[in-house]
Write a new protein. Structure first.
Length: 203
């Protein structure tokens, strides 16, 4: 049986996530590397996660006007919607490659590949930030040591998740596992579902 996911391996994802975070002048802000397909959705997911990370930091500032924090919160909602939409696009593209979804005897995996790829993206952001703290000039030795220990734990978690993703995709190729495309149905951005937005313009 052919590998339906030969172009999507965990190690490649990890390298891609890390490489995009190293982009200059600002991580994940340059031109898109992929025009279509599952890798385009993966790239969009990573871009939204990176922008969410920045906005979440900005929203914690205690020394700026409330209007700036409100703008950060609206950006967080917008970026989070894009993040969830991109996870669904990843799963749609991958689910289309499964020849016989839900075949007799195949186990249904509750966490989809898109959800796992999203988690890998977030772990790359955490690893970058914790790595910077572990080597931060001017920090105490205790601080660097504690952050170094956390960094190693994050790297272990990412390696475990990478391996689990590869195993899930391999099982899907063999027909021993499958997954559904789960819709997030985010209600807070939808005027039809959020009563506080009904009939009001959204930013």
């Amino acid at each position: 049986m052919t590998d339906a996911f030969a172009d999507l391996k965990g190690a490649d994802l990890v390298r891609f996530h890390d490489a995009r975070l190293a982009d200059l002048p600002r991580p994940v802000s340059g031109a898109a590397h992929f025009a279509e397909g599952v890798w385009r959705a993966i790239e969009r997911n990573h871009r939204f996660n990176a922008r969410l990370w920045d906005e979440e930091d900005l929203a914690r500032r205690p020394d700026v006007p409330d209007a700036e924090i409100a703008a950060n919160k609206r950006n967080i909602d917008r970026f989070n919607q894009g993040r969830n939409d991109s996870v669904e696009r990843i799963d749609e593209a991958l689910a289309a490659r499964i020849e016989t979804p839900g075949r007799a005897g195949a186990r249904l995996h509750s966490e989809t590949p898109g959800m796992m790829i999203d988690r890998l993206s977030i772990l790359s952001l955490k690893i970058r930030a914790m790595g910077a703290q572990a080597s931060r000039e001017g920090a105490t030795a205790d601080h660097r040591e504690a952050c170094g220990a956390k960094l190693r734990r994050l790297e272990e978690q990412r390696e475990d998740l990478r391996r689990c993703l590869d195993e899930l995709l391999a099982d899907c190729s063999r027909g021993t596992a499958w997954f559904k495309v789960y819709r997030q149905f985010k209600m807070y951005n939808d005027p039809a579902l959020n009563p506080h937005l009904a009939g009001k313009p959204t930013a």
